[in-house]
Design a protein around this ligand. Structure first.
Ligand code: CP
Length: 327
């Protein structure tokens, strides 16, 4: 088995194989076909930060492939509340499991889990570090939405909006799209939440282009894909809080009608903060034809089934199971 800690582990070929496997698993995700390659296997699900879709789609993916799940959520309900270390927690729970899925507020902490674990560890988000399964489902969704419009990820123009500083989904997305050619990023966020310089370097090093825009309209005008993110309020320091004054919407229907291409695809890792003045994607965009946010969440199940299949070395058996009968 193998860990999935960072999108840096993938190359164009392994990414393509993973996305193709996720597509092949669609009937299993939708409950139309049965595939029980993980029967008898157990997942340890450790979430030390809130989650709705990542935890429940990882756990559903393991169940859908015939496995079972044990889990703990938050710090209060595990013995970390009594001072137990990451090392000891990982060693203990991995002894009960065939894989671990871990979310933790500290950047780099999931790699610490992996060092002490005796089974593969999947990073479900480590602070403002990475969220590799999210960017895999984002790329899967982008590929499908663009293909439906006769386009590819190579050559795409993507506006990335919101919290570019603490948003780990943004960081993983910029990294993974480095595997594609001629991607043009147009980024916009509040000055205190601007994209750190290292990510401009990362994009340039991959041969793609990136432009920092002064406003949302400027960022989205030529975009094929508009990728929005929530402000990671739980990660703001006291100093940040004094500098970040947010109100209104990050993006709403009026801004789209004024500035976006009518065929633009709208994405968001979710959750979006639906409270008034939360500076997020307004629910009034929900009738926009290219809204893909719930395609992303549905696709998350397929991509996470594919991740388990590869991490646990059963991808060939999955494809064998899914092959139609020859008569
Ligand atoms: N996109 C995402 O990670 O959502 P959750 O925090 O609900 O898992």
């Amino acid at each position: 088995g193998q860990h999935l800690l960072s999108v840096d582990q993938l190359n164009r070929e392994s990414l393509g194989n993973l996305l193709d496997l996720a597509e092949a698993l669609r009937p299993v995700g939708q409950g139309r076909q049965v595939c029980r390659v993980l029967e008898g296997a157990n997942l340890g699900s450790l979430f030390f930060e809130p989650s709705t879709r990542t935890r429940l789609s990882f756990e559903s993916a393991f169940h859908r492939l015939g496995g079972s799940v044990v889990s703990t959520t938050g710090f209060t309900f595990s013995s970390m509340a009594k001072g137990e270390s990451i090392h000891d927690t990982a060693r203990v729970v991995s002894g009960y499991s065939d894989a671990l899925v871990v979310r933790h507020p500290d950047t780099g902490s999931v790699s610490e889990f992996a060092q002490a674990s005796v089974v593969p560890v999947i990073n479900a988000g480590d602070g403002s570090g990475e969220h590799p399964s999210q960017s895999l489902l984002d790329v899967f969704t982008m590929r499908a939405e663009l293909a439906a419009r006769g386009k590819t990820i190579d050559g795409v123009t993507i506006a990335v909006l919101g919290d570019l500083r603490y948003g780990r989904t943004v960081h993983s997305l910029l990294a993974i799209l480095g595997l594609f050619d001629h991607v043009n990023f147009r980024v916009f966020g509040p000055p205190a939440l601007a994209l750190p310089a290292e990510f401009f370097d990362l994009v340039h090093a991959s041969g793609n282009s990136i432009v920092e825009c002064d406003g949302v309209q400027e960022a989205i005008a030529p975009a094929d894909v508009i990728y929005c993110t929530r402000v990671q309020k739980e990660r703001l320091s006291e100093e940040d809080e004094q500098q970040v004054h947010l109100e209104g919407d990050l993006l709403n229907r009026a801004i789209l009608d004024e500035a976006a291409r009518p065929e633009a695809i709208i994405m968001h890792p979710l959750p979006r903060d639906s409270r008034h003045n939360s500076f997020d994607l307004s629910p009034d965009v929900d009738e926009w034809p290219g809204l893909a946010i719930f395609h992303q969440t549905d696709n998350g199940l397929l991509v996470r089934m594919a991740i388990f299949s590869i991490a646990l070395g059963v991808a060939d058996r999955v494809l064998e199971d899914l092959r139609p009968a020859p008569w």
